[in-house]
Ligand binder design. Structure first.
Ligand code: GLU
Ligand code: MG
Length: 437
């Protein structure tokens, strides 16, 4: 921690992946590190606008009880997007009796990872973060102006160095900030949409990878503001332009460091296929996790590199689960369904929960899809937000992954958000979601 720090933030993730916590002065460090910062449990279960959930048992039945924020092992991180020297302490929420709070998305992931740990296994995960840089000074957001010319970008340019380097000061700051925060940023590229970019975050232990994705989203949004732009993980900010997804790559290693999906072949072994089967069997019911907001469903359209069919395949980018080619020791699953607007901890919990469920049941997947999955007769993801909420609420598969309290809280949250959104004209929805997701 740098010596000139002037204040602390302690924060945990709410169900929408937003940071919720407090600012504290320097002399509170002992109290923070001792896990004594108090905050109502219901704060992690508010809706996207920050409002309490009407009728939630967390609010009135329990007298809106406090929990305590316990720092994670990550320690103290710089917050390079702020103007003052501040330090962030990522945290997890505990009940008053010292047990983990079941409504904390990070705890949901910890619970899933315990099932791997019982076998002596560790999950390694990497993420591909897609986002748009935007100019939101007008009536509606537009792609960011080219900082070199001050004029609008001319169309979408996949992997264009001209486009990427027009934003060089921003990306320089971003890489420097990632290094300072311990986020292992790898390649950056200009993506297919006008003003759309992607940064890949290297694989790490799955809990660390979820923390990294969570921290990265806050960092990018904050730094963009410092550079006079907005950054958004909205899954489909412009009709007719590419959507922003968040692909997750994962593999599992045993206690000797051996990849449990690898048998030296190009196809991987039965454990890999059971993990695929488990992910497929939970995928439709977990649509709410992959597409948690009203605007998420604008991205889920055929032919847009965002999968709509529940299927898998080898080296196939039209399917939901791609098994990338490459060295056998790196045999892994790429889960391509999620939009950029996910809660990172819930996303990893849903995917890895599905995979371990399939492994535990030695499940067998259907045949892999060869060719264009948009033209195959595969089962489909939920088509609407309302359908996704109902499927999630009623699913037996989801109950095997998430604590019933979290399922109830998330369903109530999403129903409240849906009711609120219906009162707002569609052209104004972006005002709620632009930087909140
Ligand atoms: N942007 C696409 C999506 O919405 C993914 C493109 C890619 O394959 O990187 O998921
Ligand atoms: Mg991409």
């Amino acid at each position: 921690m740098s010596a000139d720090v002037q204040s602390f933030r302690i924060a945990a993730s709410d169900l929408n992946g937003r940071m919720r916590g407090k600012r504290l002065p320097l002399d509170f460090l002992g109290k923070i590190e001792g896990g004594k910062t108090r905050m109502p449990l219901s704060v992690l279960n508010v809706d996207i606008t920050g409002a309490d959930i009407e009728g939630s048992p967390l609010v009135f039945e329990t007298g809106d009880a406090d929990g305590t924020l316990r720092p994670t092992s990550r320690g103290t991180l710089p917050m390079p997007w702020l103007s003052g020297a501040a330090a962030l302490i990522p945290a997890t929420m505990m009940n008053e009796d010292g047990t983990p709070f079941e409504g904390d998305p990070r705890q949901a992931l910890v619970r899933v990872l315990d099932r791997y740990a019982r076998r002596g296994w560790q999950v390694r995960a990497a993420t591909e973060m897609e986002f748009y840089l935007l100019d939101d000074s007008g009536k509606a957001p537009a792609p960011a102006l080219n900082p070199h010319t001050g004029r609008p970008l001319q169309g979408s340019e996949i992997c264009s160095l001209d486009t990427l380097d027009a934003f060089e000061p921003f990306f320089n700051d971003l890489y420097e900030a990632c290094a300072a925060m311990g986020i292992p940023a790898q390649s950056a590229l200009s993506e297919a949409g006008t003003g759309q970019f992607e940064i890949d975050i290297d694989h790490r232990d799955a809990l660390e990878a979820a923390d990294n994705a969570w921290l990265f989203k806050t960092l990018v949004k904050g730094l963009a503001r410092k550079h006079g732009m907005a950054a958004s993980f909205l899954p489909k900010p412009f009709e007719g332009e590419a959507g922003s997804g968040m692909h997750l790559h994962f593999s599992v290693v045993d206690s000797t460091g051996r990849n449990v999906f690898d048998d030296g072949s190009e196809t991987g072994n039965d454990t890999l296929r059971s993990a695929v089967a488990g992910c497929l069997e939970t995928m439709r019911d977990a649509t709410l996790i992959f597409a948690p907001h009203g605007p998420s469903y604008d991205r889920m359209v055929p032919g847009a590199h965002a999968p709509t069919a529940v299927c898998w395949g080898y080296e196939n980018r039209t399917v939901a689960l791609r098994i990338p080619a490459g060295p056998a020791a790196a045999r892994r699953i790429e889960h391509r369904v999620a939009g950029g607007d996910i809660c990172a901890h819930l996303l990893l919990a849903a995917i890895l929960g599905g995979a371990i469920d399939g492994i535990e049941r030695a499940a067998t997947p259907p045949a892999p899809t060869v060719g264009n999955a948009y033209e195959e007769a595969c089962p489909q993801l939920a088509e609407s937000w309302a359908e996704a909420i109902t499927l999630f609420e009623q699913s037996e598969a989801i109950k095997r992954i998430f604590h019933p309290r979290l399922v109830e809280n998330l369903v109530m949250t999403k129903r409240q958000e849906m009711a609120r959104l219906e009162e707002i004209p569609r052209e104004d929805h972006w005002k709620i979601y632009l930087e909140s997701v």
